[in-house]
Design a binder for this molecule. Structure first.
Ligand SMILES: [Zn+2]
Length: 268
């Protein structure tokens, strides 16, 4: 770590003792005239990386912060104050794209087009930002990545993953529990995680083997050997989203997570 990086390292505690404090590092990126910050919260204890791509999905980011404070791990959070989409600003003009469509050139191009931009210059700036995020996340074989999202009631639900639904073609299997809020669900890339979550009666979708190229973070992580889970909950439902993360942790611990004890660190 360079001296410059050390200087920008802010250390703060969540009131659970010095040895367990969370470190926060902020990186600043320029997309034309637009500033985007990427906050990285870290605490030793669990080999899990949370990623919050949509800046307005704050409940999920808070759930990630609480998890990292309690068990350890890493949270990467995009921050820019523009809402869900990231913006490239050139000569005062705003060009939007969905950061969960930027993980392939085709996906990024089609997201920019969706928001009515087809300029190569804007594409190049957005792609450079995408590459920086990829470098920060640094997916490698066996790494556990949990994408944190929130949704608006009934706008995007587990029902969209059924055959014929919006994400029907993206989905191999779906398990729906009518007793649960359809806004709260998991999307996984590994079949064993699908079985474990559905046997606990959670709403869960298993990604198709060869889904359409939408430039989604899930597909990027899976292609690079990551163990991927998206946790979607309704905006504001922090208790529910925390409960989902606790359940997921128990499942992941059996096979994928190295605990603080195994890593030779003090137990959380
Ligand atoms: Zn989202």
């Amino acid at each position: 770590m360079t001296f410059g990086k050390l200087l920008c390292l802010a250390c703060f505690s969540f009131g659970i003792g010095f040895a367990q404090s969370v470190t926060k590092t902020t990186r600043t990126f320029y997309l034309g005239e637009e500033k985007v910050w990427v906050d990285i919260y870290e605490r030793p204890g669990t080999n899990i990386t949370f990623v919050n791509l949509h800046d307005n999905e704050n409940t999920s980011a808070e759930a990630g912060r609480r998890f990292v404070a309690k068990y350890g791990g890493r949270l990467i959070e995009l921050r820019h104050g523009r809402g869900r989409e990231v913006v490239v600003r050139l000569h005062g003009e705003l060009h939007r794209f969905d950061p969960n469509r930027m993980f392939s050139d085709a996906g990024l191009r089609s997201s920019l087009k969706y928001f009515r931009n087809n300029s190569d210059k804007v594409f190049a700036i957005a792609a450079a930002f995408r590459d920086s995020v990829i470098k920060l996340v640094a997916v490698r074989e066996g790494m556990v990545i949990v994408a944190l999202h929130n949704n608006t009631p009934d706008k995007m639900t587990i029902n969209d993953y059924r055959p014929g639904g919006w994400y029907g073609k993206d989905t191999k299997k779906v398990s729906i529990n009518p007793q649960r809020d359809p806004d709260n669900f998991f999307v996984v890339a590994q079949a064993d995680l699908f079985s474990a979550l559905s046997s606990l009666d959670y709403n869960v979708a298993l990604r198709a083997d060869d889904p359409p190229d939408r430039g989604m973070f899930l597909d990027y992580c899976f292609r690079h050997g990551g163990v991927f889970v998206a946790v979607e909950a309704e905006h504001g439902k922090l208790t529910e989203q925390m409960e989902m993360l606790e359940a997921l942790r128990k499942i992941l611990r059996e096979k994928y997570l190295i605990t603080a004890h195994e890593a030779g660190l003090s137990s959380p």
